[in-house]
Ligand binder design. Sequence first.
Ligand SMILES: Cc1ncc(COP(=O)(O)O)c(C=O)c1O
Length: 418
Amino acid sequence: MTTFADRTAATSSPSPAAPAATADFIALDEQWSTHNYHPLPVVIAGGEGATVTDVEGTTYLDFLSGYSALNFGHRHPDLIAAATEQLERVTLTSRAFHHDRFGLFCRELAELTGTEMVLPMNSGAEAVESAIKVARKWAHRVKGVPDGQARIVVASDNFHGRTTTIVSFSTDEDARADFGPFTPGFDVVPYGDADALAAAITDHTAAVLVEPVQGEAGVVVPPAGYLPEVRRLCDEAGALLIADEIQSGLCRTGTVLALEHEGVRADLYTLGKALGGGIVPVSAVVGRRDVLGVLQPGEHGSTFGGNPLACAVGRAVVRLLSTGEFARRATTLGEHLHTRLAGLVGHGVSAVRGRGLWAGVDIAPGGPTGRQASEELRARGVLCKETHGSTLRIAPPLVITEAELDRGIDAIEAVVGA
Ligand SMILES: Cc1ncc(COP(=O)(O)O)c(C=O)c1O
């Protein structure tokens, strides 16, 4: 019988000398990692502020920010200092014990978001999973929905992560095909359609789960008035409103929470990405005490959730967000971005959407594909990524300067402008 060690010996040559060129690194990735991504052909070896540098020494503007995980740019000094200090103390305890950063992080995050309780997790998908579990338990124990019959209404074109339960209610066939059987209990309605939502809500509805701005769908902002109506319908039906602010939250749109633009409060929010400062995965569900309070010891958890390093970095993130500087930057730079992008509509661009320093740019028919445009932008020193074939997603770090922003927009204009 061949053992794993035999197979490894047969397939791996002795470790080669560190490859120097981009192609060598990409070949390594291709051979040794699963092919569940299609990255642009750039191999990043360093990052600072709004720029990254590749293994060949070429510097690029980062116009994606790790899908908003790098709102503070690469290696923000305050975040690096907080992480470094914590690395010298203690990094992991598990939740079997208390540690001296945990409660402070939870309190400060709750204060920043105007909420009452925090459930720390790691990835965004874990936060969404956690919110689903909490909403179901709340419905069964508090709302009085018969056990196992709680339902959650979600929107079409949603993106909430990649777990089996989450892809169960995705409307993207690539995300679902071959991954069933799926988790039941979800009702999908068109995003932005309050009448469809009203028709879908029943006595068994535990929650409505919605992105205030749909990032992966192409930075789609719902019609004005939709989110307040979602709130009203939830109140009317005694259902929870869960806002997935993993991408839209933490100042990307110019406010700590994107729902603030519509004057709406959710019962639960999922946060992630920027909460880890681009250093460690940190996510959380934050919200009402009477809802999150349904969880009892042993019912839910995570070995790494709320670890000391995550909490130290998370506290530094909250401190940065509390200054108001990043919200201001997202607002003013966002206005500049959208004014300039609006000028491209009709000139190689068919539509632009977004809020704050965040935009989806639809390339007009006849222009390059989104992938071609992203590759062309890379060649011009700007990194961003396409979605849905012909849309470019723009989300520069909030530390970017106006001059850098203009340089990136000039490149976009040169690549897609007509
Ligand atoms: C709105 C939203 N929710 C959840 C997720 C999943 O986060 P993660 O990739 O950290 O699991 C994402 C990731 O893009 C997202 O944009």
